[in-house]
Design a protein around this ligand. Structure first.
Ligand SMILES: [Mn+2]
Length: 560
């Protein structure tokens, strides 16, 4: 979230100051809901994905057994199998895992990624029908990252003479589809469910020359876990942590080309690189063109193909950024007209359906209001909504069930379709609804701070222990500390655009350099003798071979 200096209310989670390092760690874990000794042990040593039991995940071992028996039959009868995936990063990684696994075992198997605009999310019966017509040996579909709510579609596919094995993690409904077997849990992402399934398959099919490396494939479920915004605790932490390790070591030519093209050092890959470099490139294809090329990028063994595909993904991702920016430019104009409203609702025929969710997210960041972006169609329009903490957007959307067509999602992100002629009516009613439901308190930005510390507590040893808490992300944010009344002994404006702040700060006999990205505006308030309160992450700065601790400022305010 972009915020101006001093704009947010500081919310300090721990009331008391910590005496020693042990207490600091205890408090940080408590702030993340971890209060037991076992919880603490699991946090620092998450279970290896290879060791996680089906039952611990809530996956039925019986279903897995049934699925594997069906696969044995398929192998014996030389049936063709399609892995039916999704066009987002989680779905594409899930497809890659199961496809590579079965292919390496000698199955007649192909991946299938639907096209967002013509086929949409989940099993498309017409598409399966076409595949069946083309090849009558096709008798089995394995869904990955979709399928758990596709009762009608699966019934229709069965009628075509095709069995379905579901593997999915999305919210299920009261009645489950009548699939041949269902491998399901909502505790991990789709690519991690796919990985668990592949792991179980490999236990039952013994082939000596395995080209598929199940350990390496955890990297793909790591991408899925982070890209699908799973909270990075419990089993998701297992997949994210081991997954990032595998992504640093991977030999996949496609990923290596992505790293090279975006100048990332494989050794430094973390949640940031997945969220802002790898996943957006994988996602961009499905948003603008076709997700299948992202799958090809992940799976290719040819260096030359990898170069071509990584270039293509990079270019389409740039195009995607440009299209989002175009939406934002018109959005800013139309929104500037009426500033008092408590929600942003904009619609235009020029808004590209593949990016409306991203655009809504950017608007929330920029204006800190819930946002709905509608891509106007001739008769029917598609909308995507993003919210702020406290305002349940899916509830708000369901409130207008009678005006809308289909809708679904979560409290913070949702989507729906609407008859184009009803957009005006919906907009007026939603503005009134949000005026009542969005409180001023919701609109005041907060900065969550773990605890207050003194500078003499910021030791290299503490930093080492904090690093053990990685990967940071949703559900496990990087620790934020605050220190009151520190002395500013040096202050500078730095950066090409002169928009960053660099300070030397002193407290309790210890001093540190601190960097505030985009915080140059605060410079003029930092005269000599001024004392300030700072909120920051503790990081290390490696420069010219020497490593020192540095504060990455989150915010600052004048002290007393
Ligand atoms: Mn998913």
């Amino acid at each position: 979230m972009k915020s101006k200096v001093g704009e947010r209310r500081w919310e300090i989670l721990a009331k008391d100051k910590a005496r020693d390092e042990q207490q600091i760690i205890k408090t940080l874990l408590a702030n993340r809901g971890i209060t037991t000794k076992t919880g603490r042990k699991e946090f620092f040593n998450p279970a290896a994905p290879a060791k996680i039991k089906l039952k611990e995940l809530g996956i039925s071992p019986k279903s897995v057994e049934k699925a594997i028996l069906r696969l044995k039959k398929a192998k014996k009868n030389k049936e063709k199998i399609f892995i039916y995936g999704d066009y987002d990063a989680d779905g594409i990684c899930a497809t890659a895992i199961v496809w590579e696994c079965l292919y390496s075992l000698g199955f007649d198997v192909l991946p299938y990624i639907p096209e967002r605009f013509s086929e949409g999310y989940g099993i498309n019966v017409e598409s399966v029908g076409k595949l069946k017509e083309a090849d009558d040996k096709f008798k089995l579909v394995i869904t990955v990252d979709n399928g758990i709510v596709a009762s009608k579609e699966i019934e229709a596919v069965n009628k075509l003479g095709v069995d379905v094995i579901i593997s999915d993690h999305h919210q299920k409904e009261a009645t489950l589809p009548k699939a041949h077997a269902i491998i399901y849990t909502d505790r991990i992402c789709g690519a991690a469910v796919a990985w668990i399934f592949a792991r179980e398959i490999l236990k039952k099919f013994k082939i000596s020359s395995l080209k598929f490396n199940i350990q390496e494939a955890i990297g793909l479920s790591g991408i899925g876990t982070i890209a699908d915004q799973m909270p990075l605790t419990g089993f998701n932490r297992s997949f994210a942590k081991s997954g990032l390790g595998e992504l640093r070591r991977t030999k996949r030519p496609g990923l290596l080309e992505i790293y090279r093209g975006s100048r990332i050092d494989p050794n430094t890959i973390g949640t940031y690189e997945v969220n802002y470099i790898i996943a957006p490139r994988i996602n961009a294809m499905g948003r603008i063109e076709h997700g299948i090329d992202s799958l090809r990028m992940l799976c290719t063994t040819s260096r030359q193909k990898a170069v071509e595909l990584a270039n293509k993904l990079g270019k389409v991702n740039q195009l995607r950024q440009k299209i989002v920016e175009e939406v934002l430019v018109t959005a800013r104009k139309s929104f500037a007209v009426e500033k008092k409203q408590k929600i942003i609702i904009i619609s235009n025929a020029s808004y590209h359906e593949g990016v409306i969710g991203l655009a809504a997210g950017k608007l929330v960041e920029e204006f800190y209001l819930p946002a709905i972006v509608i891509s106007r169609g001739e008769k029917i329009s598609k909308a995507s909504a993003r919210s702020i903490s406290g305002f349940n957007i899916i509830e708000a959307i369901r409130h207008f069930d009678d005006i809308l067509e289909a809708g679904g999602g979560h409290p913070m992100a949702a989507g729906f379709s609407i008859l184009t002629e009803r957009i005006e009516d919906f907009t007026q009613k939603m503005l009134l609804y949000s005026a009542e439901m969005v409180s001023d308190d919701m609109l005041s930005k907060k900065l969550k701070i773990d605890m207050e510390l003194d500078f003499d507590q910021l030791t290299p040893k503490l930093h080492e222990t904090l690093k053990e808490g990685e990967p940071f992300g949703i559900g496990n944010p990087q620790p934020v500390f605050m220190t009151r009344n520190v002395e500013v002994i040096d202050s500078r404006i730095v950066g090409k655009e002169k928009d960053h702040l660099k300070l030397k700060l002193k407290d309790k006999g210890a001093s540190f350099w601190a960097v505030g990205f985009g915080m140059a505006e605060a410079f003029s308030d930092l005269g000599p003798e001024k004392k300030i309160d700072v909120a920051y992450n503790l990081e290390e700065n490696a420069w010219n071979g020497s490593v020192s601790l540095e504060l990455k400022l989150k915010d600052l305010r004048l002290g007393r």
